[in-house]
Design a binder for this molecule. Structure first.
Ligand code: SAH
Length: 343
């Protein structure tokens, strides 16, 4: 059991169960989630006896920094963290005009198998606990001494494949006694696990949902993403419509452009047909080539033309700005390098 993954009311129940005063729960919760303490030792207003009791009942998971790379181009910082059991994960800190954003991992490894993605090459090791998702943000906020205002779940892992822990993470990161990040500043990215999108819709959260689409039809999507064999694009888009109906949140579709595979004008036109009338935003990502596959990045002209076709069809579209280009900041590359060097 891990104390940093508990909600305030669970902590209060625990205090009651060991005949402690209720206010201790709030003190400890704030130490962990507001003052960002990484151990009980730091909590200097908590009696030693209580700390000893807690240590008998609970662990407190955190992250240990193994490495940090800082981009000379834009200040982006990429962290490599070790978990309590030796697993390694990565997180990225990015500065934007509107604030600081952290991109976190939700799993150690991934089992979704997307062809262009480095995070999935070694399969899934395990799910991350809510506290391990939080600790990535906490560590980085302490390290940079700057407030984190936005969190995107676009690091290693498929959040919808670790659904309960992700929901609990959302509850903790938005709590008033914690970092109190607003739901609107949180983004979850998914490769499209349809039943989980529907389940999330029913929670009526105000977070942003990003869907990794990457293709305008099932055939192309299957070439890139095994999940497309499980759920058709029609099912996926209808789950997205349901999500919008329930939450009124416009979603983002991510589309990584791979030269000659999905970046042709006819692909753009087909995408427009599929998204016609759908309140959404399309984010074009020039694919980051990984050495294990021979996918190439689309030429700037193809990217611009793809964008123009979408715009002509009145679809909101942006091209993702490349951050931290000099520090290997893309999707699982760092973790993979570390794992391989360890073997
Ligand atoms: N599992 C989630 C979150 C993972 S990564 C998901 O699939 O959405 C966040 C985004 O980066 C996804 O859209 C993913 O498809 C994309 N991505 C992964 N590897 C990439 C690469 N090498 N180049 C460009 N985009 C990539």
């Amino acid at each position: 059991m891990d104390i940093k993954s508990m909600t305030l009311s669970e902590l209060e129940e625990y205090m009651e169960s060991i005949h402690e005063r209720k206010f201790r729960a709030k003190q400890i919760y704030e130490w962990m989630h507001k003052r960002l303490a990484f151990s009980l030792d730091e909590m200097n207003n908590i009696p030693k006896k209580l700390k000893e009791r807690i240590q008998l009942d609970y662990d407190m998971y955190g992250v240990k920094m193994l490495d940090c790379f800082v981009s000379k181009i834009d200040g982006t910082r990429k962290y490599l963290f070790e978990l309590h059991d030796g697993n390694v994960i990565e997180s990225v800190w990015m500065q934007y005009k509107h604030g600081n954003s952290v991109c976190i991992s939700s799993q150690a490894g991934c089992r979704m198998g997307c062809r262009f993605c480095a995070s999935t090459l070694g399969g899934l090791d395990r799910n991350l606990e809510p506290s391990e998702m939080l600790s990535q943000i906490y560590y980085i906020q302490k390290d940079t001494k700057e407030r984190v205002s936005n969190v995107v779940m676009m690091g290693t892992g498929e959040p919808m494949d670790n659904f309960d822990n992700v929901l609990r993470f959302l509850e903790l990161i938005t709590s008033e006694q914690g970092l109190n990040i607003s739901q609107r500043n949180l983004t979850i990215s998914t490769c499209g696990i349809v039943p989980k999108i529907e389940e999330l819709a029913k929670k009526h959260l105000q977070i942003t949902l990003a869907i990794s689409l990457h293709a305008p039809n099932d055939e192309k999507r299957k070439e890139l993403m095994p999940i497309a064999n499980r759920y058709s694009m029609e099912e996926l888009l209808s789950a997205c419509k349901y999500y919008f109906k329930e939450t009124n949140r416009r979603m983002t579709f991510e589309y990584s452009l791979v030269a000659g595979v999905n970046d042709q004008p006819k692909n753009a036109r087909e995408l427009c047909q599929k998204l016609h009338g759908f309140p959404c935003h399309v984010n074009l990502i020039p694919v980051n080539p990984i050495k294990e596959r021979n996918f190439r990045q689309s030429l700037p002209e193809s990217i611009m033309e793809f964008k123009k076709i979408l715009e002509k069809n009145h679809i909101h579209v942006t091209i993702r700005r490349e951050m931290g280009a000099d520090i290997n900041a893309a999707c699982g590359q760092l973790r993979r390098k570390k794992l391989q060097s360890g073997k």
